[in-house]
Ligand binder design. Structure first.
Ligand code: NDP
Length: 397
């Protein structure tokens, strides 16, 4: 019997709840808690299972979290709220002696900067308490990190060049929308670019490096080097890497909207006075943009996310490409959300399963590539995110 407290009731939370509810032999009770209880109730109603309950919680309030965790008694807390809540939820898990899992690293609300230092600083406290914290268990970070670990374990003696390639070739029919939380998404994609080369970080202007890459079943799409959080842990955990980059596709229409949003100050994170009260421009923008959770209904097309790796096997050079293609329409049919929420929520449910089965259970704070990738890879195929491997192909990079 296992109990999971799921915090966050957005697109990703919806998928995690659906997947967990469909696996009663692993997840016997699920409590969905979030700031707006009505959103938790709507998810529970759609699932329609007695094993799914709901509650209201402010995840920035540690005593409130502690009270909820003590009253429900979960085996693990799954955090799919926003990155701002990570440290508060980790604190509450430490105080109550419960394991922790998330999909995005901590980001301070007042500064658009995300890195693992804040969460890695919990290592000793989690280790001493005998508790597991699993960081970054979505698709990227998450599956891309496990793909890298799987490649290093089975196909290479040393990995040297890693290019994570993330393509969303879907069309939601709106002039501009973000595929997950707009505030977090816009903060991420408007940052300066950054990648790892020869033992140090190389910085670029936003979207400075770009080229068309071919995605399987999709074709060529203009792809841009941006900084993405898994690079930080992957270069630490795979020190043979000479270069590690992250590429994401953007359409021209999306980039034009983004440029206008930035130029007119709507991406700002500093509060401004408006009619006698303070508002944060990017938070106001979020309120008027389409809700990512509602994009699914008309979303057509595919996402394709994978790792293109070069390295050495048995003294010879080798290339390897492992990827998953996910259909927006199929994701919607199964869970009522689009593929970006789906590709994040399914791995979070699988990572939780890994913990509950005792396969990813060690005291301390871990990024997912530090665990055995094999049982996770096996579950991806079973839970709706099948992967494909290509050996010794032209990686275009
Ligand atoms: P949404 O904005 O749709 O949902 C976030 C949820 O968190 C909402 O239900 C929101 O409540 C709730 N929430 C926010 N603040 C609090 C709080 N203080 N207390 C309790 N609940 C709170 O986001 P998504 O579902 O799109 O994304 C969820 C997470 O997944 C994000 O952290 C995102 O960065 C991450 N992600 C990771 C990816 C990966 O591949 N690793 C890819 C995509 C997303 P309310 O409804 O009241 O606002």
């Amino acid at each position: 019997m296992s109990k999971v407290l799921l915090i966050g009731a957005g697109g990703v939370g919806t998928v995690v709840a659906h997947k967990m509810a469909a696996l009663p032999e692993v997840f016997s009770e699920i409590l969905i808690a979030s700031r707006t209880k009505a959103k938790c109730d709507a998810i529970a109603e759609r699932i329609g299972s007695k094993r799914v309950k709901t509650a209201r919680v402010d995840a920035d309030n540690v005593p409130e979290l502690v009270k909820l965790i003590r009253s429900f008694g979960p085996d693990i807390v799954v955090n799919v709220a926003l990155p701002y809540q990570d440290l508060h939820i980790m604190d509450a898990c430490l105080e109550t002696g419960v394991a922790y899992l998330d999909t995005a690293n901590y980001e301070p609300p007042e500064e658009a900067k995300f890195e693992y230092s804040w969460q890695w600083a919990y290592q000793e406290r989690y280790r001493k308490a005998g508790l597991t914290a699993i960081l970054g268990c979505g698709f990227d970070p998450g599956v891309t990190s496990v793909f890298t670990a799987y490649a290093a374990k089975h196909h290479f003696d040393e990995i040297h060049y890693l290019d994570i390639v993330d393509c969303n070739a879907g069309d939601h029919g709106k002039p501009f929308a973000t595929n997950f939380n707009p505030e977090i998404n816009i903060r991420e994609v408007t940052q300066k670019g950054k990648y790892w080369e020869n033992g140090k970080w190389v910085y670029t202007e936003p979207h400075e490096i770009h080229k068309p890459l071919n995605y399987p079943g999709i074709g060529p799409k203009e792809s841009y080097v941006i900084y993405h959080e898994e690079l930080e842990s992957l270069v630490k955990n795979f020190p043979t890497l000479k270069r590690a980059r992250f590429w994401m596709t953007f359409g021209q229409e999306y980039l034009t909207h983004l440029r206008v949003i930035q130029n007119i100050g709507m991406a700002g994170i500093e509060p401004v006075m408006f009619e006698g009260r303070e508002i944060v421009p990017i938070q106001f923008l979020k309120a008027v943009l389409p809700n990512p959770g509602d994009l699914g209904e008309n979303y057509k097309g595919w996402t394709s996310i994978g790792c293109r790796i070069k390295g050495i096997k048995d003294g010879r050079g080798k290339t390897y490409y492992v990827y998953n293609n996910c259909s927006h329409e199929e994701a919607y049919r199964e869970t009522g959300t689009q593929a970006v929420s789906y590709t994040t929520g399914v791995p979070a449910a699988i990572g939780t399963m890994m913990y509950l089965k005792g396969l990813w259970k060690q005291p301390g704070v871990f990024n997912v590539e530090e665990f055995d990738p094999d049982p996770f890879m096996e579950q991806l195929n079973l839970q709706g995110l099948p992967w494909v491997e290509l050996h010794d192909v032209d990686l275009e990079l």
